[in-house]
Design a protein around this ligand. Structure first.
Ligand SMILES: Nc1ncnc2c1ncn2[C@@H]1O[C@H](COP(=O)(O)OP(=O)(O)OP(=O)(O)O)[C@@H](O)[C@H]1O
Ligand SMILES: [Mg+2]
Length: 349
């Protein structure tokens, strides 16, 4: 598909969009980027709960961001999608896809008829019953897919693609730090942490862990009986490196450490699971993005906990940045748009 397209990342705290000139180009130009906050509770764990609220956020995003294209590349993630390693007898891909509804019910928490199923082959192998294909089964809940589409169409936009959020962010991470070996790509958001393991840039394994930066904020709110704004400010001030000088700060620092250590344990368990299934895996690096990554000291805690070297992501690795973007094109600011860029860039596929 030629022509401009806008990638829109529907997060739990922000609606974020970037416009590129042409997704079919090898190196599209990034023309515009903008974000608007989403009212509390309108999107939860990757699922739109208030479609009209989100539709008006889309409208605000378009008028404030000056986007020209009305074609949007949407994503789906959070608790609205399940990704599982899945091996099937070796038959043509079209046939594999057709047979999915009859094979996957036991893997899903919802009736097969309520899910949109897809399959990404990774490699070929052999088991007791013959040749097999190893791959990833992706099951997205129909309800979540259609509510995303509705939010955009209510705002007068035309959805042209729908991709997995973890795949979208992986696209940018892989361009930023390519390797022929194994790498871990992560996005830590407010309520969801996506973990993708790739080999030579191909996703082998995907997990979406229901944990993120808001866990610490909520824990501070409860334990210290303070409002959200205060809890958020304490978290940002202290991070993992501040000890605090008042009783309140000291307790908050403790809570941040506890909550972060739960997140790190979840990450470690996920990597350990993968290492148990695929022996002899050595990770080249771990790249991480997402708002929660800004927590001071998190990157080094992650490196220490996983024993993998943590590298930053260059958000514009796969695109050229238009002159009109200068002004908010610092690497730090662009970090915010990694998933939206991945959605836009991937929409031609
Ligand atoms: N400077 C900072 N220090 C610590 N945490 C921060 C900082 N800035 C943002 N965060 C945290 O980042 C999180 C939001 O991240 P992000 O914007 O990536 O989430 P989202 O995309 O809206 O949500 P999700 O991906 O989970 O749906 C919040 O928990 C917020 O507290
Ligand atoms: Mg996000």
């Amino acid at each position: 598909m030629a022509g401009g397209v806008v990638g829109v990342d529907i997060g739990s705290s922000f609606l974020r969009a970037v416009e590129i000139d042409d997704a079919s180009k090898a190196r599209p130009t990034l023309l515009r980027a903008h974000e608007v906050p989403l009212p509390d509770g309108s999107v939860k764990r990757g699922e739109i709960l208030e479609v009209h609220t989100v539709a008006s956020a889309f409208k605000r995003l378009w008028s404030a961001g000056g986007f020209r294209s009305k074609e949007v590349a949407l994503g789906i993630g959070g608790q609205s999608v399940i990704v599982r390693d899945f091996a099937v007898p070796r038959i043509p891909l079209a046939q594999i896809k057709e047979s999915l509804p009859y094979q996957v019910q036991e893997l899903l928490p919802v009736p097969v008829s309520d899910a949109v199923l897809d399959y990404y082959p990774i490699g070929e192998g052999q088991n007791e019953s013959g040749p097999i294909v190893n791959g990833l089964l992706v099951a997205a809940f129909k309800q979540a897919v259609s509510v995303n589409v509705t939010a955009a169409t209510l705002a007068g936009l035309t959805p042209v693609s729908m991709d997995l959020l973890p795949f979208a962010m992986t696209r940018v991470h892989t361009l930023s730090s390519p390797t022929s070996g194994f790498a871990v790509h992560m996005n830590i958001g407010a309520n969801a942490t996506s973990i993708v393991i790739v080999q030579a840039g191909v996703p082998l394994f995907v997990r979406i862990v229901p944990a993120g930066g808001d866990d610490a904020t909520r824990a501070i709110m409860t334990r210290l009986s303070v409002p959200r704004e205060r809890a958020e400010a304490l978290k940002r001030d202290l991070g993992l490196t501040g000890a605090g000088s008042t009783d309140e700060e000291r307790l908050a620092a403790e809570v941040i450490h506890e909550s972060t250590s739960e997140l790190l344990t979840a990450v470690r368990n996920t990597l350990a699971y993968f290492a148990g299934v695929r022996t002899g895996v050595a990770f080249d690096h771990l790249s991480v993005a997402g708002g929660a990554t800004r927590l001071r000291g998190l990157a080094s805690a992650l490196a220490e906990s996983t024993r993998i070297s943590v590298v930053p992501v260059n958000p514009t690795a796969g695109v050229s940045v238009a002159r009109s973007m200068r002004g908010h094109d610092s690497n730090e600011q662009m970090q915010t748009w990694i998933t939206a860029i991945g959605l836009a860039v991937g929409s031609a596929a």
